[in-house]
Structures are given as C-alpha cells and as structure tokens.
Design a protein around this ligand. Structure first.
Ligand SMILES: [Cu+2]
Length: 130
C-alpha cells in the first residue's frame, strides 16, 4: 500500500533531510532568481515544461509559463521526493527514482512548491498571460 510506505517515509526522511541540510548550508541561499530572462517564457503556448529533481534541488528552481502549461516533475535522485504546492493546489505521491508528476497550470499566479520530505527543497512556478 502506498499509504503505508508514505507514512514510513515521512517518519524516516525528515531526520535525514535535517542532517543533509546541515552539510549543505549553501542550499538555503537559493532564492528569488531573476525570472525576467527565463528562456522558458518564450516558448510556444500550451507548452510542456520539465522540472528535474536532482541532488535535493528543483531545476530550474523558478519557471515562468503561460496558462495551460503542463509542468512535469521528474525525480532523478536515488531517494524519494514529493512535490507539494504551498497552498495545497496539488500534492504528488512519493516519487521514487525516475517517477514523474505532472500538473497543468490554468490560472495566472505564483505557485510555490516544496518537497514534503525535505522542506528546504523549494521552487516556484510563475504563470502569467503574455
Ligand atoms: Cu525531497
């Protein structure tokens, strides 16, 4: 059952995350990159964008897209991660290696997300009509 493994993962992983975070103080410095030059923004409408999870990081950390864009998150780490929108717009299941989660952003807005297993992992999808 996914419910069982999810609960176990939630119990086990925060401690690991904390330990990891302490070894990488620079990670918290990733904040508010300049999105005005994001090349993704210039792609065609109804685009598909991929955010890669690797080395406890969402890349790119900020993506600017037009409404209707489907964003796919893919976990390239060898440990599980999740993608959770801060205001509960979406919440992925636990993504094992190479698992993906997709969400289509229909409305303009700024959508912050994080990994519930490693809350220092954060990212942002900016949806704006051009
Ligand atoms: Cu994670």
């Amino acid at each position: 059952m996914t419910t069982l493994s999810f609960s176990r993962a939630r119990l086990l992983l925060p401690a690991l995350a904390l330990a990891f975070a302490m070894t990488m103080p620079g990670l918290t410095a990733i904040a508010a990159p300049d999105t005005t030059k994001d090349p993704v923004k210039d792609a065609a409408a109804n685009q598909a964008v991929t955010v890669v999870i690797d080395n406890f990081t969402f890349t790119p950390a900020t993506v600017t897209v037009t409404p209707g864009t489907t964003v796919t998150f893919v976990n390239h780490d060898d440990i599980p991660h999740t993608v959770v929108e801060t205001k509960h717009l979406f919440r992925s299941k636990v993504l094992d290696s190479d698992d993906t989660f997709s969400f289509t952003f229909d409305k303009d807005g700024v959508y912050d997300f994080f990994c519930s297993l490693h809350p220092h992992m954060t990212g942002k999808i900016v949806v704006e009509t051009r």
